[in-house]
Design a protein. Structure first.
Lengths: 317, 317
């Protein structure tokens, strides 16, 4: 089959790929996929990935009870039998594989495979473009599973890229007063009830006080975390939504003195994200800056790495 | 009055000190005080402290309704009128002073002053030596206010100094299965139900797995935190009980991938600590390695900074 392949830091289109059938898994004919910054990092050599990348997709199930239906799929495939899997935390299974990221080929190809229980049927009203956003929106919803959110809470989301926008939406949906800090004032305007703040905490916060109950780091810049320490109120929470390939030098004393809580946050359950997209209150389609056919995957990766680009799609069909 | 004085990195005994009376505060005649690693840091210039150091004490109230009674005192004095003070979080008041640490003279002198509401009467059965441990034990109890503890939970306390021992005791009291990691196997033996692990996580954990639900960092070594990332299970918690004068270089990716929670933890309420000491289930007096009269404060600081010393007391009376 046709698909993209990453090996030794190179990305290329290949037309001679095949999938090794896995027991108890469902094949999916990929229709559309999204390029994520993790894909760009894998291309640069992150995690030594070798194989078909891609983990944001919508497609059609080819086997089993969902055959013929349009589906999205949770990207972590657990062993199914360990304690974590039994508690619904397959995404923390020690033996997990991760679609297009770890030990499992991804969605930048005509077909992929996932366990049946990873697949969710996409409501008819949802476009393919919107459905591709289920995975990143689920990552934003993960915050609401980890941190108690309440109306009136003051939060700042640092970084107004795609993930920052989705996090801001999820917080605002829970009644949180959200400030979106970034370089693109027009992006906050897409979201109802979210105010904009220029800059990525290069300088002091406008009121000069440690005023936020919650801060969400969505920049991928590891130097942002220690700067957030002075902008979150005592006993406040900082959520780390991004990883970086670079370590950061951090003085933790302010976080201890103010008794801050720092929460690492990664993939989320697809169900609330899919329901939110189906409700139609979030315009994700306007975040699509460009699209390329599968054969032009290298150009899609280049375009996705340009500053200011929110989302690049790959049309597989 | 007589007391110790820190200025420009020097510590000296002075006999000509006096306290400026503060409105609505109670004077306390200090009987006994403890030297803490924070005192040693202030001596090295931490926070640019200038004044009388010391914040662990037992004494006798000289004014007001508690006059003549033996007391210990919470070290953070809030403004009393801000939102945080009203919520009982005086220790996070933005205008707070801190006994012997910030903007307030401490207990290494014949007298100190604190707001009346900071003082707690010491039960008769408690010795002066034991009462001095109320402040550090309260800091250990703070963990139980911040992190849900449940029987059977697996925890590791890293660092078997005084604070590590007290944290291990508090966790064990809540039914947590505690491993105390440090260089002194005999210290874990003082605590019932606490097992010992050699070393401070220089190497892999014995089972080679990320097995702990909770880790408490009580070493003061900022390089310990990132090493703990691989020893705590996904969705687990790391409590930072110490600050360091040095920053650390940290790769946060493992903490994000495993969705760890990192909790800064500082001073705690005195009430549960005093009740625990009064119950007599914790032998703190055996932690006292040495004691010096107030005039020999410099020697007390030297002794407290020697490796392996748990607690040095200063006899003020």
């Amino acid at each position: 089959m046709r698909g993209l392949w990453i090996e030794d830091g190179t990305l290329e289109f290949r037309s001679n790929l095949s999938l090794e059938p896995r027991a108890n898994e469902c094949r999916v004919q990929v229709r559309r996929a999204g390029v994520c910054s993790t894909d760009l990092a894998l291309h640069r050599g992150y995690m030594g990935f070798r194989g078909i990348p891609g983990h944001e997709f919508v497609g059609v199930a080819l086997d089993g009870p969902l055959k013929g239906q349009r589906v999205v799929g949770e990207i972590n495939a657990g062993c199914g039998s360990c304690d974590r899997c039994k508690r619904g935390l397959e995404r923390h299974c020690a033996s997990r594989t991760v679609l297009g990221i770890f030990q499992r080929h991804g969605c930048f190809a005509e077909q992929l495979q996932l366990p049946l229980q990873n697949l969710l049927v996409v409501p008819d009203a949802l476009t393919d473009d919107a459905a591709v956003f289920t995975e990143p929106l689920a990552a934003a919803f993960e915050i609401s599973e980890q941190v108690p959110l309440s109306p009136g809470m003051q939060a700042v989301v640092v970084g107004d890229g795609r993930l920052g926008l989705l996090c801001a939406h999820v917080l605002a949906k829970h009644g949180v007063e959200v400030t979106l800090a970034g370089r693109h004032p027009e992006r906050a305007e897409r979201l109802s009830g979210v105010r904009h703040l220029s800059g990525l905490f290069e300088a002091e916060s406008p009121d000069g006080d440690s005023s936020y109950d919650l801060a969400v780091e969505a920049t991928g810049d590891p130097t942002v975390l220690p700067r957030l320490f002075t902008h979150v109120c005592p006993r406040g929470t900082i959520v780390l939504k991004t990883t970086s390939e670079q370590p950061a030098t951090i003085d933790f004393a302010p976080a201890v003195i103010d008794e801050l809580t720092i929460v690492g946050s990664r993939c989320g359950r697809f169900e609330p994200a899919l329901a939110e997209l189906a409700a139609g209150t979030l315009d994700v389609e306007s975040m699509v800056d460009d699209r390329f056919p599968l054969e032009s995957g290298a150009r899609a990766f280049e375009r996705a790495s340009e500053p200011g680009v929110l989302k690049v799609l790959i049309d597989v069909e």
